[in-house]
Design a protein around this ligand. Structure first.
Ligand SMILES: Cc1cc2nc3c(=O)[nH]c(=O)nc-3n(C[C@H](O)[C@H](O)[C@H](O)COP(=O)(O)OP(=O)(O)OC[C@H]3O[C@@H](n4cnc5c(N)ncnc54)[C@H](O)[C@@H]3O)c2cc1C
Length: 181
């Protein structure tokens, strides 16, 4: 068990809770001796174990935009066992309008020093109807757009290959299902 604040302040690139918040453009509420401030989660992480908090600040809460009925979300984490820290993870949101993507977010964990958004893939998906071919192309972009390292949990090559398959599945499921609220 843990808290979302602990999960983001721990600042692990593999943090599961953080990745969902990153994919959903969440805002982090912060309080300290000089007052309060709000920081988009995409600007919160500065490196592995490093965040924008000053020494006298704490996280007091989050604002997570409510997904409407036209938005699908899917999260996948791969680890050695179900409860292990993610070897690689992906969170995707897809908002549909008139049969096309109005907005997509694609976030990956354990592939960079911080949880990573891939704006070039999001821009590629926007405005398209997601056929298998388009999803395949987007998944290739995900794999080509990351520069993971080799560590105790997996090789860089494994992570790049796994990212492709995970992106295909996550984008497809976010596209085909409505938000589960
Ligand atoms: C065995 C094990 C398995 C794990 N598995 C996973 C996993 O599967 N997925 C995953 O995402 N993570 C995993 N983790 C790491 C995970 O990030 C943390 O264990 C957990 O999320 C932290 O939550 P917590 O509330 O216990 O925070 P704590 O451990 O209490 O705190 C973590 C850090 O954040 C700081 N902090 C906590 N709350 C605040 C706050 N409100 N404001 C400012 N700073 C704060 C603390 O000072 C500390 O530096 C695992 C850890 C362990 C030890």
């Amino acid at each position: 068990m843990g808290t979302l604040a602990g999960n983001v302040c721990n600042a692990s690139p593999a943090a599961d809770g953080a990745l969902g918040l990153v994919a959903q453009d969440s805002i982090i509420h912060i309080a300290g001796s000089k007052g309060t401030r709000d920081v988009p989660i995409t600007e919160f992480f500065t490196g592995p174990g490093a965040i924008v908090l000053e020494k006298d600040e704490i996280v007091t809460g989050f604002t997570v935009p409510i997904m409407d009925k036209d938005t699908g979300y899917h999260f996948i984490s791969i680890g050695r066992m179900a409860l292990d820290i993610s070897t690689i993870s992906i969170a995707v949101t897809v908002t549909k309008k008139d049969g096309k993507v109005a907005k997509a977010t694609v976030a990956l964990g354990s592939v960079a020093p911080t949880p990573l958004r891939l704006p070039e893939v999001e821009a590629f998906l926007k405005g398209k109807s997601l056929s298998d071919d388009v999803i395949w192309e987007a998944a290739e972009m995900v794999s080509n757009g990351i520069k993971p390292i080799t560590d105790v949990r997996a090789s860089a090559e494994y992570r790049k290959e796994a990212a492709k398959g995970m992106a295909m599945e996550a984008i497809k499921l976010a596209w085909t299902k409505e938000a589960q609220q």
